[in-house]
Design a protein around this ligand. Sequence first.
Ligand code: SUD
Ligand code: ADP
Length: 311
Amino acid sequence: MTLTPVAPLPEHEVRVRAPGKVNLSLRVGPRESDGYHPVLTVFQAVSVFEEVVATPSDVRELTVSGPQAELVPTDPSNLALRAAALLAERAGVDEGVHLHLHKGVPVAGGMAGGSADAAAALVACDTLWRTGLGRDDLLELAAELGSDVPFSFVGHTAVGSGRGHLLTPALSRGEFHWAFAVQDRGLSTAAVYAAFDELAAAGDPPDPEGDVPLMQALRAGDPRALGAALHNDLQLAALELDPGLAEPLAVAQDAGALGVVVSGSGPTVAALARSRQHALVLAAAFTASGVADRVLTAAGPVSGARVVAAD
Ligand SMILES: C[C@@](CO)(OP(=O)(O)O)[C@H](O)COP(=O)(O)OP(=O)(O)OC[C@H]1O[C@@H](n2ccc(N)nc2=O)[C@H](O)[C@@H]1O
Ligand SMILES: Nc1ncnc2c1ncn2[C@@H]1O[C@H](COP(=O)(O)OP(=O)(O)O)[C@@H](O)[C@H]1O
């Protein structure tokens, strides 16, 4: 009998899921000296997920699968690898890791897919390496990686201030249903903020009073009121850079969406539905009119980055 050598199994594997987001409201003030804009935003995490699988390795390396995988950098600029490197440095760990990203969230779509990968990688490596850091330490690292990363970490519904990284949980009742019109062409977040500067040269700081009806709608679990309260100060800038976005916005309105908004810096367009069934109707309208390269339906809110399996 001959024995075929088999590759040793990894000591263990940690699988983490993290959600994409939609900004129910995004209010932006004038750019500050650090190059960032003060924002007031209400985030909702939605059931479009990134999955990150971490396995032990001698080096830090990354593979990617899923729609648009070819658009994702696999060099050290990838946010998931940056998260692993930052965690290793701060926890004083000298370990490698193989990270596999399975992307469900659109790339450069305004739904924080890269931020979800970073939050998931922090949780996965922390579990794999047993760093002993607490949740607050991980949240601090998250904020260093990007303005949206802390929200990907905590999920649910939250108000973001500062760069969007200072979070306060928000009360929200029930489930909201969405259809998303996804584009293959992405929009750079930095470019959209720059276009915003040109359109709103000397704007006012974001005003929290503007979101009172939205917060009431969330507390009441009232999708109709939420639809009427959706708001995005970056929408005009996104439309300026990508005028074609007017089409999915109009299609969703015609198909009876309760509200429709560009998600974050775009170009994904988010349409709020009356029900799960109605979200499928809105998605079908996007597809039939040819205004999206891909459509997604989802519900929110959902939790932030979570270990789903570890051995
Ligand atoms: C617009 C929003 C809304 O949630 O999300 P996305 O559409 O990118 O998902 C966020 O503000 C994006 O957050 P994130 O994508 O994490 O941005 P970062 O990596 O921190 O910053 C990228 C660039 O965006 C600009 N930026 C970002 C955040 C902010 N409050 N002001 C800014 O001006 C800066 O030019 C910065 O260099
Ligand atoms: N793990 C990652 N997934 C996707 N994009 C990443 C990742 N790491 C770095 N990037 C870079 O960040 C850009 C924006 O990422 P993404 O988070 O998908 O979009 P958005 O900021 O619009 O939500 C991408 O175009 C890509 O160049």
